[in-house]
Design a protein around this ligand. Sequence first.
Ligand code: UTP
Length: 289
Amino acid sequence: MRVRKAIIPAAGYGTRFLPVTKALPKEMLNIVDKPAIQYIVEEAVASGIEEILIITTRNKSSIENHFDATPELDHMLEIKGKDELLAISKGVTDIADIYFKRQKEMKGLGHAVLQAKAFIGDEPFAVLLGDDIVYHEKPCLKQLIDVFNEKQGSVLGVQSVKKEDVSKYGIVDGLKLTDRLYTVNGMIEKPSIEEAPTTIAALGRYILTPAIFEILETTEPGKGGEIQLTDGLIELAHKEEMFAYDFEGIRYDTGDKLGYLKATCEYALRHNELNQSFKDYIKELSDTF
Ligand code: UTP
């Protein structure tokens, strides 16, 4: 079966980014001129996804507004002859078929994914976390979909992280099959260095089979009192074959202050209008500090 639908969980509190996240969703923080979540939607569309469900919550209606039509703005741009800007605005409105659902209580990522059960139905689907951006010529999600098409089993997007960072991620226990592909035997959510079986971390991209929903419905709250997607994945890996793919690309955690600043800097250095002037500025800055 083909992967046609994607979920973007974006309902988290964003406590690592307080105080800005008191009233602003971290997914709407801009990386140069686009909110973080737009990069993620663009990756899904470039990977062949046709329908997207964004999981939001109270105080996050700016995400819905961003992908809505803006007739007054567009009309003003039209009469002023600002065609390029008009195309940018309309491009966001028409980007994809996007649906929204509110997670009423933030009970964790597993609980956020469960909100999509009716939307997904009985087909494989993608999950892209609302604050993880991956830069690569071949979209990260497309890399995972290619693996799914070959293996017809769930695929986790992974990369190796530093030993001292394993406690930030869901860590995979698996066997290497080929250069970038692993079979998943189990996982541990945010282990200590001693507990971690590997340094292979799940980094915000998943292709899952619909069997995950039945599992998540009975998954008890785990670490942090939240329904952990990792706990559901462990059970899924026991029931079905599961794979992990070491995707190519630079991954930015834009929900983390340093990750956000790195993304901002590097996307500015790649930006058509800004690259030279921003590069000059960075050079000047490094002489000053
Ligand atoms: P994070 O671990 O980044 O949590 O969630 P968070 O609450 O958003 O941020 P911090 O750690 O407090 O700073 C990973 C992803 O899961 C979503 C988040 O929006 C993020 O995209 N999420 C998390 C939900 O949608 N619902 C939840 O209940 C929890």
